[in-house]
Design a protein around this ligand. Structure first.
Ligand SMILES: Nc1ncnc2c1ncn2[C@@H]1O[C@H](COP(=O)(O)OP(=O)(O)OP(=O)(O)O)[C@@H](O)[C@H]1O
Ligand SMILES: [Mg+2]
Length: 392
């Protein structure tokens, strides 16, 4: 028999044995590759079955949680209602690399199994680092978004008759992490396979121009399963109707927000850099906004934490403590800009020269302040929002 025919015959034997052990009518064999560890860790281990009448245990003490514990044979695994069989013939090592080792399930469960594998892998991926935040803001943000929606917490809320709808407002001057914090929580929703939507002021404006604006805005507020909806920079919709010229933006917004019902748990996160006093009190009332978190300009400690995230080569060549002192009154975004100038200068001069980066920053700021009204560079929006850019 040609080697390939022997090889396929071996596989036929393995797959047929696995199908019999698992009770599969239409078996699909696969190599789960990078997904395998996550799957096997999450699955419940089932019984062993001999392969063609032979079963050999393997006492290898390493990797006990993921190793099947056999050198020749079949083992069942159960993940939710899905059964898979691992077929192993390590004895073929030498002839065929590491021997035969494959997974088999029934075709009817293959898709569901694949989806579950993707979800498990995402969930076990390392968590995304949060932006630099004061610890109490980071904790509150987490508890009121991801923590709020964790199934255990939600079950308790529902059991006690609480609301499955929760609203957060992030305020603060530009460039201090409101959008970055949303991005962090958004990625955490992705990892959990929860629903998540990022709505910008433009999306809102487009919905308002739709044929049926009421319905289009309502759709923006909807989730298909538990999740978080982020409304970034929603100044138009949130401003106080008394102090700004009233448009019906505000009332449409509030109606859509109140109109959301149903069983799906949802957290709304709104961000704005307009002053909290300018925000419509009707919007801020409990039931719409349950918590406001202020993202202020960073303290020396927070600036140091941000700088310590810079590349190790830069850190070894710059006076960190002096930069922390020099940057008093800066936003995080302005500190980022200084790092960029430092890098651009390094590319030209091959030296990490903090003083020169500072000088360039000062010159750029001066240019922006004088006559550059139409220029929108980096954090130029600071002036628009009434906070002058920090000066060095
Ligand atoms: N807390 C932070 N930690 C780390 N980096 C930050 C932080 N805040 C801001 N940055 C940096 O500044 C950039 C702009 O910040 P971000 O968009 O989060 O500000 P914002 O508060 O949403 O501002 P705006 O009010 O103008 O929308 C970010 O992309 C990031 O590089
Ligand atoms: Mg923002």
């Amino acid at each position: 028999m040609a080697p390939l025919q022997e090889f396929t015959a071996d596989h036929r034997l393995l797959i047929a044995a696995a199908a019999q052990a698992g009770g599969f009518r239409d078996p699909v064999a696969f190599d789960a590759d990078l997904f395998e560890t996550h799957l096997i860790k999450a699955a419940r281990r089932g019984r062993f079955t001999p392969l063609d009448g032979v079963f050999i245990r393997d006492w290898d003490p390493d990797f006990r949680r993921i190793w099947s514990g056999m050198n020749l044979g079949l083992r069942l695994y159960h993940l939710d209602a899905i059964t898979i069989v691992r077929a192993t013939a390590g004895c073929a090592a030498g002839r065929y690399g590491a021997g035969y080792d494959l997974l088999v399930c029934d075709r009817s469960q293959y898709r569901a199994f694949y989806r579950r594998a993707i979800e498990l892998r995402k969930r076990t991926a390392p968590p995304n680092p949060p932006p630099v935040l004061p610890p109490e803001i980071e904790t509150k943000l987490w508890q009121n978004t991801i923590g709020y929606l964790e199934p255990k917490n939600l079950d308790r809320i529902k059991r006690f008759g609480g609301r499955a709808k929760h609203g957060l407002l992030l305020t603060g001057p530009p460039g201090n992490g409101k959008t970055s914090a949303c991005r962090w929580i958004h990625q955490e929703c992705v990892r959990r396979n929860w629903d998540r939507k990022l709505i910008t002021a433009d999306d809102y404006a487009a919905a308002r121009r739709a044929d049926d604006p009421g319905e289009a805005v309502r759709q923006l507020f909807k989730v298909s399963k538990q999740g978080v909806i982020f409304f970034d920079d929603m100044d138009i919709a949130l401003r106080d109707r008394e102090t700004v010229k009233e448009t019906d933006d505000q009332s449409v917004f509030l109606t859509a927000l109140d109109g959301v019902s149903g069983n799906e748990a949802v957290v709304y996160v709104f961000t704005t850099n307009c002053d909290i006093r300018l925000i419509d009190p009707a919007f801020r009332r409990p039931g719409r906004i349950d918590l406001t978190l202020h993202f202020g300009k960073p303290t020396a400690e927070l600036r140091r934490r941000l700088i310590e995230r810079w590349d190790a080569e830069i850190l070894s060549a710059i006076p960190v403590e002096r930069i922390v002192d020099d940057s008093d009154g800066f936003s995080f975004a302005e500190l980022d800009e200084l790092r960029n100038l430092l890098i651009v200068d390094y590319l030209k001069s091959n030296r990490w020269d903090w003083d020169r980066a500072k000088r360039t920053y000062r010159e750029n700021r001066a240019e922006l302040a004088g006559g550059g009204k139409n220029r929108h560079v980096g954090f130029g929006r600071a002036a628009v929002n009434g906070t002058a850019p920090a000066a060095l």
